[in-house]
Design a protein around this ligand. Structure first.
Ligand SMILES: C[S@@+](CC[C@H](N)C(=O)[O-])C[C@H]1O[C@@H](n2cnc3c(N)ncnc32)[C@H](O)[C@@H]1O
Length: 245
């Protein structure tokens, strides 16, 4: 089953401006365009076109070679990042939904990029820990929003100093500013965890962070120096790490 994101229809900027950003900026071509069109028609929650335009501007400047993505869905952003990055780039991307995995594999095959993409199948909470490197150039976190807080320490650990982490959907249609009591109960966990996450990263001395109001808010973070974010790890993970040592 493909879960829909209820924030897809709540722009954080004026709707006419958002539509202008979607329609006036350079469009995709070829098979990637077809995948984008199909995703939008079927309302699969892939990055919107204004974020596509931003990635297509930013990634050729950053020239990342080692890319990690949390939240593959049907492989659209993974394929896009690969195309916009260094010619030798490789994307490792994580997905837990079997329906999404099938589509993503099909798309990677059609685009002939199977040897440049590694799809890790399962829960990001388990799989991020298995990526044993500190040389990643670019991480794109686009999965369950309530988990950003928990996933951040692993994403930060794997980034090289100077590497960039992009985090999608941090403004939640603007509701991120609202008080806890005004948030519907079903969304309160996401609201709290996202606010906790932002309060740690926006003003941290080891990071440069900026929120760009494209899509539902894209948080861009540069790792400036090493730092200890283990206090953010879920308790079970910390206990497990302690036992191994
Ligand atoms: C917004 S979609 C990703 C869209 C994709 N990045 C794109 O723009 O083409 C989020 C995806 O993350 C996956 N996901 C959410 N939480 C996850 C988790 N804890 N582990 C692995 N995958 C997860 C969902 O199954 C979903 O397919």
């Amino acid at each position: 089953m493909i879960k829909r994101n209820e924030m897809m229809d709540m722009p954080v900027i004026d709707e006419a401006v958002r539509d202008f950003l979607r329609t006036s900026q350079k469009q995709l071509t070829g098979r990637l365009k077809d995948i984008q069109t199909e995703a939008n028609e079927k309302r699969v929650p892939v990055i919107p076109h204004e974020t596509v335009a931003f990635f297509n501007w930013f990634l050729p400047i950053l020239q990342p070679k080692i890319i990690v993505e949390v939240g593959t869905a049907i492989g659209f952003s993974g394929a896009l990042m690969l195309e916009a990055s260094h010619p030798e780039a490789h994307v490792t991307t994580i997905e837990r939904n079997p329906d999404m995995m099938i589509k993503a594999k099909q798309h990677f095959k059609e685009l002939d990029i199977e040897d440049k993409v590694t799809l890790l199948e399962g829960q990001a909470g388990d799989l991020l820990r298995t990526i044993e490197t500190d040389t990643v150039d670019f991480v794109f976190m686009d999965s369950a929003k309530a988990k950003y807080y928990d996933f951040f320490p692993e994403c930060f650990r794997m980034l090289k100093v100077g590497g960039v982490l992009a985090v999608d959907d941090v403004l939640q249609g603007g509701t991120i500013l609202e008080e806890d009591k005004d948030i519907p109960r079903r969304r309160r966990k996401i609201h709290r965890k996202l606010n906790d996450f932002l309060s740690v990263v926006l003003d941290h001395p080891a990071l440069d962070a900026t929120i760009i109001p494209v899509g539902d808010g894209l948080l861009m973070i540069t790792k400036r120096k090493d730092a200890d974010f283990d206090f953010m790890l879920p308790e079970a993970t910390i206990e497990e790490t302690d036992q191994k040592e």
